[in-house]
Structures are given as C-alpha cells and as structure tokens.
Design a protein around this ligand. Structure first.
Ligand SMILES: C=C(OP(=O)(O)O)C(=O)O
Length: 534
C-alpha cells in the first residue's frame, strides 16, 4: 500500500468522506483552445443558452441554491457585460478573448475586495464565464463521478448543484472559502468539505479521506469513520429526538418549549413533527426567492400550506419577507449597505404594498390549514405594526366579501432592532415577540454578519447582548406578551444557562440543534444553574 500523506485544512462543512480523488480543472478550457462561432450575435446566443441552462438548474434546486443561480442569471442579463464584450470585439479582440477578458476583469475586482464575502463571489462569475465559453464552443460542462472527492483550486456553485451527491463524496479545495456559496450549499446537504489545503500532490483515482471534523485530509487513506450525509442526519434525529412534542422539563420541572426554524419547506422532510412544539420561525424570504414568486399568491399559498399541514395543528410562525440588506431580492431591494440598511424588512414591505398585500392574502388564505401566526421583520416603531395590521384587515375584508370569512392571525414582531427592543412596552399592538439575536448582535456590535472579523466582534458583544435581552424581557413582561427566541444562540447549549436565567422558556432552533439543546435543558434548573449531582 502506498504511504499515507496527511495535511491540515480548514473545515467548511463537517463530516468525514472517503472516495477516489477527482482532479477537476477549474477553467473549462484555455480560450485559445476553443474554436467557437464568431460575431456578436453568437455571443448573445451563448449567453441566452447559458441563462436557459441556469434556469433549468434553478428549477430543480432548493431556495438557497436558487439565490446563487439567480445572481448568476442577473449578471448574465446585465446589458453592460455584453456591451463591454462587444466594445472589445469592436476594438479587434476575437469573441472568446472579448468575453473571457470582460469577465476576468470583473473577477479581478471581486478577488481583490476587502471582504471575504465579496471575494467568494468571484467563483460564481468564473462559473458563468466558463459556461458561456462552453456554449460558444458547443461543449457541455463536465460532471464528475458520483461518490468521488472533488479536488480543485475552487468549485463553481453550478457544478456543485448539478452533481448527484446521493452516493456520498466530498470536496477538498486548494483555495476556497468557508463562508462562500459552495460551503453554504455543502453544509445544507451535509457534504464534508475542507478549504485552504494549499496545493497538494494527488493522482486521479487515489483514495482520499476528507475529515472536515478535525480539518485534515489523508491521501492513500482507508475509509474509516466515513459515513454518508443521509446516514448521519437520520441517526442524529433517531438517536436523540423523543416524541415529546418539543416540551422538555428542566431538572426542577419547568416546561420549556422547543420549536424549529425553517428556511425551506424541504428541510421538514427530515424532522418528525412529534419532536417539536411547532415552527417558531419560518423565513419566508428563503422560500420565496424571486420577485415573480413574491408576486404570486398561489405559489406562496402552496409553500405555507405545506408547512402548516406538516405541523398538524401545532403553531407555525411565518415571518413576512425579510428582504434588503444582506438578503437581497433582485429587482426589489436596494444593494446591501451594511447591517443597518435603511430599507429592509417591514420598511421595504410598506414601501412596496403590492408585495405586502399579496403575502398578506396568501397567509390569510393558507391560515385555514393550521395554527398560523405571522411575525414582522425588522420592526422599529409601533406604527409599522399598525400599518401592516391595516393591510391584513383590508385584505381579509376583501377575501371575506367573496363568501368565506378570513380571521386575522396573531401578528407579532421580531425584536432585532435596538430602538424597538428598548421600547418593547410601547408595542401594544404586537401579539408576541420573537428575539432575533442574530440581527440584534450585528446592530449592537456594529459589525455585519458576514464580514471577515464578524465572529470575533459578535462573540465579544455577547455580554452586552445579554444585558440588552434582560431589559427586553422585563419590558415584554409588563404587557404579559409571549416571548420566544429564534436567533442562533437559542440552539447553542453554551448560552442556555444565561437565557434560562433571564426568563426565556420558548426556544426556536435549527432542526440539527434540537438534540443538543434538549439534552442541555434537562441538566439545568430553570434559573440556569446546573442540577445537583452534575
Ligand atoms: C432569526 C433572526 O433573523 P435572521 O433570519 O435574519 O437570522 C435573527 O436575526 O436572529
């Protein structure tokens, strides 16, 4: 057996994968090796063909993936890109060099950006550059063998999305980014992935083990410890998710409710409703990923009905579209301008009542399928709740005039803007409060969620966050309104003692966080102290 070589890497998506290495060339082909059609119309045709391929890919992808593809389609449809390439052709470049040069300039700008998040976009553009080059040459982008370990300098999102991961496999990238899109997609599908390996020597077909849990790759390895993503997920839920309907007792007998956060209705396929108290937060903006979908009442009803039926009568809190800032929706939101972007969440909805009314109608009509509650994103002032309530009232009256009464569901608010958290007792028309600590932390720490230093700043701001939450809990208690927490710290056991101590009794967490938070609750008293004997 060949000698084993191990090297360190950065984990981007946890798990262990084992399989034959597939060495992928990142650029599809050197421009000079292509013999494409020539002329500006040929470029337009190749761009259109690429848009068509991406649309087909989007149609069979989940909401998160569609966001990436929508961005690529938007860039391809940006007339300035084709015009720049045309100008280069007018200046004497052939069609391939004109296209590749235009996109390379764009990639160069992204690669030299200060923020890692922006740099990570470069691979999305490289992807569409190659796709159009392939279309010009009449050669399709090659897939790679199922079950193999993809080894390359970087990976394009569309290559990840087009691949069949059901047979396992993993990813090892010489460069790559742990917060880039492929990492995000890999985490959602539990595909082990490491980045920043630096260049290493491996031959096509060598057995390779990617251990993203310990951040190591081993070449000429055996398969010890590798398991498929689906096995891992299934065992996580079957081992530690009792059918307690999300009602967990602390060691001294206080009832704590555990609900789940849902981004995509498909997330529910791996969760049994009897293991949760319901859906504490459904982020509708991830399920509704294009302006066309936001404008379609019927499409939204299908999505909401699916979640309500899954919950089988348990409460489902759907957040109205939280668009803007770091969650753009092409054609509707303004480009991100930092965490405190002016026009985001409820402000954007009230600025586009045509979108808010469609969503209000879809929610009113879907409500008959279960116990629906609606929460409003990024609320800052009570007047915003009143305005949205009026929209619901008017739409309910309009629907009711057609024959069937449509009662207005409880309407609550996300507590994620400091100005609102400090004035919670004045939000008399909010029916409940959901503490959105992800956004609250970025506002408190004055640091975006995806900036290069965000992890450091957000962690340092945790004591301030707890002081803030303590005050918000006191103000909420004055009005006797229900409070839950749905930010990421709700599902992280290290913060549980503090959250219990300030009085939180309802936690909404990502499905994968359920087992750990459940077992942490039973080991603590309601005041957050450790139970005796521990
Ligand atoms: C749950 C939250 O909202 P988002 O979807 O923006 O993470 C939060 O901010 O904590």
């Amino acid at each position: 057996m060949a000698e084993r070589d191990s090297l360190k890497a950065t984990s981007a998506s946890s798990g262990v994968a084992y399989g034959p290495a597939h060495l992928a060339e990142m650029p599809v082909a050197a421009p000079s090796s292509l013999q494409p059609a020539s002329g500006y119309q040929a470029l337009i045709d190749a761009i259109e063909a690429s848009v068509g391929e991406l649309e087909a890919l989007a149609a069979r992808s989940d909401a998160e993936s569609r966001d990436i593809i929508d961005f690529q389609i938007e860039v391809l449809r940006d007339p300035t890109i084709a015009e720049t390439a045309e100008a280069r052709m007018d200046a004497g470049e052939n069609i391939v060099f004109a296209w590749a040069g235009t996109l390379d300039d764009y990639i160069g700008e992204l690669e030299t950006a200060d923020e890692e998040q922006v740099r990570a976009r470069a691979v999305d553009i490289l992807d569409i550059k190659n796709r159009v080059l392939c279309a010009l040459a009449g050669a399709p982008i090659a897939d790679f063998p199922a079950g193999s370990i993809f080894v390359a300098r970087d990976m394009e999102p569309s290559r990840f999305l087009a691949h069949d991961w059901s047979q396992g496999g993993g990813i090892a990238l010489f460069n790559g980014s742990a917060i880039g899109h492929v990492a995000l997609l890999a985490r959602a599908k539990s595909i082990p992935m490491v980045v920043n390996t630096g260049h290493f020597n491996v031959t096509e077909g060598d057995d390779i083990r990617v251990d993203a849990d310990s951040g190591a790759i081993t070449i000429h390895a055996d398969g010890a410890g590798a398991e498929s993503a689906s096995t891992k997920l299934i065992s996580m839920f079957t081992d530690a998710s009792p059918c307690d309907n999300g009602e967990v007792r602390t060691a001294d007998g206080t009832k704590i409710l555990l609900s789940i956060n849902v981004n995509d209705p498909a997330d529910l396929d791996s969760v049994e409703p009897v293991t949760t108290a319901g859906v504490g937060l459904m982020r509708s903006e991830f399920a509704v990923s294009s302006v066309a979908e936001a404008a379609s009442e019927e499409k939204q009803i299908v999505i909401y009905r699916h979640v309500l039926k899954w919950a089988a009568g348990k409460p489902v809190t759907i957040r109205m579209l939280d668009i803007g800032g770091d969650k753009p929706l092409a054609g509707l939101s303004v480009p991100p301008g930092g965490p405190a972007t002016d026009l985001r969440g409820i402000r954007l909805l009230l600025a586009h009542p045509e979108i808010a009314r469609v969503q209000a109608r879809a929610l009113l009509r879907a409500a008959v399928h279960g116990d629906l509650r609606v929460t409003l994103p990024m609320v800052t002032f009570p007047s915003e709740i009143n305005e949205m309530r009026s929209i619901f009232r008017e739409e309910a009256e309009r629907l009711s005039s057609r024959g069937m009464p449509h009662p207005i569901p409880p309407i609550g608010m996300m507590v994620e803007v400091p100005a609102a958290a400090l004035m919670l007792d004045t939000f008399e028309t909010a029916d409940f409060f959901s503490l959105g600590t992800n956004d609250l932390t970025q506002q408190l720490a004055a640091s975006t969620r995806d900036g290069a230093n965000s992890m450091t700043f957000h962690r340092a701001a945790i004591p301030a966050l707890f002081r803030f939450l303590e005050g918000a809990m006191r103000l909420a208690a004055k009005g006797g309104k229900p409070v839950s927490i749905c930010g990421n710290i709700a599902g992280d056991p290290q913060w549980l003692p503090g959250l219990l101590a300030i009085g939180l009794r309802h936690f909404s967490v990502a499905p994968v966080q359920l087992p750990a938070i459940r077992s942490a609750i039973v080991g603590l008293r309601a005041d957050g102290t450790k139970a005796a004997g521990d």
